[in-house]
Design a protein around this ligand. Structure first.
Ligand SMILES: Cc1cc2nc3c(=O)[nH]c(=O)nc-3n(C[C@H](O)[C@H](O)[C@H](O)COP(=O)(O)OP(=O)(O)OC[C@H]3O[C@@H](n4cnc5c(N)ncnc54)[C@H](O)[C@@H]3O)c2cc1C
Length: 533
């Protein structure tokens, strides 16, 4: 991937942003939906017109081959892709840019960099693909530091070779999703990890945030796919044993997974791969009543059928994504296998869904090749990967379209959802009205992982305050009902207060103790996961 072609403030490829006419039409559509007057279409500040404060750190000679203080590098490494970051980037506000961008070539460079940073009191922020939506790649409370360096792991992108017997492969942390799948695909294999950000995110980022792929059940979290992991901390390497499983005490791998760059740099991991699926069966089930659809998801999850897809879209989400033309709640069911037909599994799931009140107008579809992209599931897939572009385009016309997610027990879901709808509807009504949609991304026997999208078009001058008010209120409702602050978007800096409330104080102290042991100067990702004090 040539990073120069990437949008410096918004999602994805620069040439995919859309021309002003397209964006005007989109703005009018969104605003008609929200019953407010369409605002003017604005253009983003071009990268060459962005003004940066000068770098506060001089590059040492021994590192000058792989450290940059160039404006373009600094701009491209300032932000992740949360709504406020997109908004600020769109308006050319990059005041908090890193002083330097480092691209270490190997672990020795990393160690040299961390030694220097510890001595000079420089904050260090690991950077994979920069798709964090929780403020994971920006810097916070850097006043106590001489400055900060964004450390791009792009050079750690080696893949393979595959061990065909164990079906494992060592992959560098900087490898992006498409490169991983292309390399494995050539050997008939797949990692089978497809977060929505797949195209622009890296293995290291997935491991550091315990990412969730888009399969609804079973091996969908990156945690399930990793055999061993290598981390380089300021105090030395932390490699976890390479073995299929172990019951020997607390698992060091689990401490690295989800550490979000506060303990060190993940440089590579041995990942479990599998043959690519050949058999696929799928069906779309329509429900008039959302609660019937939720019951169906629960029963399917509890039947341990393990569908690859068990994605429930409420009627608003289904229409918004062009999956259906007339509003209906829809459950997209799909099974897949590399070695045997999955028709029976789909039939069993369909029986459960129809017993719960669903109808399957088009019947089940069984194929032994890749998915048919013209059906509801195909339309969903296209909308799923297009949605982040839509968010950037909508920002250019002053519309917030943002998402948040959680995980909660089936027993608790209904009260939680009622409270959330009431709270957010009141917040959105106060600024002219908005839309809240629901989908289930993952389902477990004991509860779903619901994912919400809100669309609102407040006054441009107040947009970040409104965003904050809605997102923080949602987080409060999530906490009030005992749900998690994140099922897969990570904690970062944005979710930290709710994460702290979710974990016991003793656990947080223990985590802090481990951090202090491996990163005594506390230079790594200050403010992520635990407060920098
Ligand atoms: C449109 C969109 C869709 C998304 N969809 C999903 C989804 O479906 N599932 C999901 O789980 N998430 C999703 N995310 C969130 C994000 O993509 C994930 O958190 C992803 O794992 C981040 O990977 P990255 O390579 O971009 O990491 P970055 O954003 O660069 O970094 C993420 C965090 O990990 C740290 N980090 C990165 N690399 C390393 C490393 N090698 N060692 C140590 N620390 C490191 C960073 O410092 C940061 O704190 C989405 C985000 C966007 C914008």
């Amino acid at each position: 991937m040539t990073r120069e072609e990437k949008n410096h403030w918004g999602w994805g490829w620069q040439d995919h942003f859309g021309d002003p006419d397209q964006r005007r039409a989109l703005g009018e559509m969104a605003r008609a939906m929200l019953s407010v007057e369409p605002g003017p279409v604005r253009e983003p500040v071009a990268i060459d017109d962005v003004e940066l404060p000068p770098s506060k750190i001089a590059i040492v000679d021994s590192m000058k081959d792989w450290i940059s203080d160039g404006d373009t590098d600094r701009i491209r490494h300032t932000y992740g892709r949360s709504f406020p970051e997109i908004w600020r980037g769109f308006h050319g506000k990059f005041d908090g840019a890193p002083d330097l961008v480092a691209r270490p070539r190997n672990e020795q460079d990393l160690c040299e960099l961390m030694d220097w940073a510890a001595t000079e009191s420089i904050a260090i922020v690991p950077y994979g693909g920069g798709t964090s939506v929780v403020g994971g790649v920006t810097a916070e409370s850097v006043d106590r530091f001489a400055g900060w360096i964004s450390v791009d792991l792009g050079n750690f992108d080696e893949i393979g070779p595959v061990d065909p017997v164990n079906r494992t492969v060592r992959i560098g942390a900087g490898a992006f999703g498409p490169a991983i799948e292309e390399t494995l695909g050539a050997q008939g294999l797949t990692l089978r990890h497809f977060p929505q950000s797949f195209e622009f995110s890296t293995l290291g980022g997935w491991l550091a945030t315990r990412a969730g792929g888009h399969f609804a059940t079973n091996y969908t979290r990156i945690d399930h796919l990793v055999e061993s992991i290598r981390l380089i901390s300021p105090s030395g390497p932390w490699s976890t044993p390479q073995m299929p499983s172990t019951g020997a005490g607390p698992d060091p791998k689990q401490l690295v997974l989800g550490s979000e760059g506060i303990l060190g740099f993940i440089t590579s991991a041995v990942m479990r791969v599998r043959p690519r699926p050949v058999y696929r069966s799928k069906a779309d089930v329509h429900f008039d009543d959302l609660s019937d659809a939720i019951d169906a998801c629960r029963h399917i999850a509890q039947a341990h059928l393990f569908p690859a897809n068990c994605r429930l879209l409420d009627r608003h989400e289904a229409v918004l994504n062009g999956v259906v033309t007339s509003p209906t709640n829809i459950l997209l069911l799909g099974f897949e296998s590399a070695d045997k037909p999955v028709t029976t599994l789909l039939e069993q799931a369909l029986e459960i869904a129809t017993d719960c009140g669903g109808t399957c107008p088009k019947g089940p579809r069984h194929r032994d090749s890749s998915a048919d992209d013209k059906d509801a599931a195909g339309r969903w897939k296209s909308a799923f990967f297009e949605a982040p572009y839509l968010q950037s385009r909508l920002a250019s016309v002053g519309v917030i379209a943002d998402t948040f997610e959680t995980c909660i027990g089936w027993s608790e879901f209904s009260d939680f959802y009622t409270d959330l709808k009431q709270t957010l509807t009141a917040k959105m009504d106060a600024v002219g009205g908005g839309h809240l949609t629901l989908r289930f991304t993952h389902v477990y026997p004991d509860g779903p992982a619901p994912y919400f999208t809100f669309v609102v078009a407040p006054d441009r001058d107040e947009i970040l305050d409104v965003w904050r008010d809605i997102r923080f209120s949602a987080a409060d409702v999530i906490a009030r009902h005992g749900a998690t602050i994140t099922h897969h978007h990570a904690v970062g800096r944005l979710h930290r207060p709710w994460y702290e409330a979710e974990r016991s104080p003793l656990f947080l102290e223990a985590l802090r103790g481990i951090k202090e042991r491996v990163d005594p100067e506390k230079i790594l990702n200050p403010g992520v996961l635990i407060a920098d004090r």
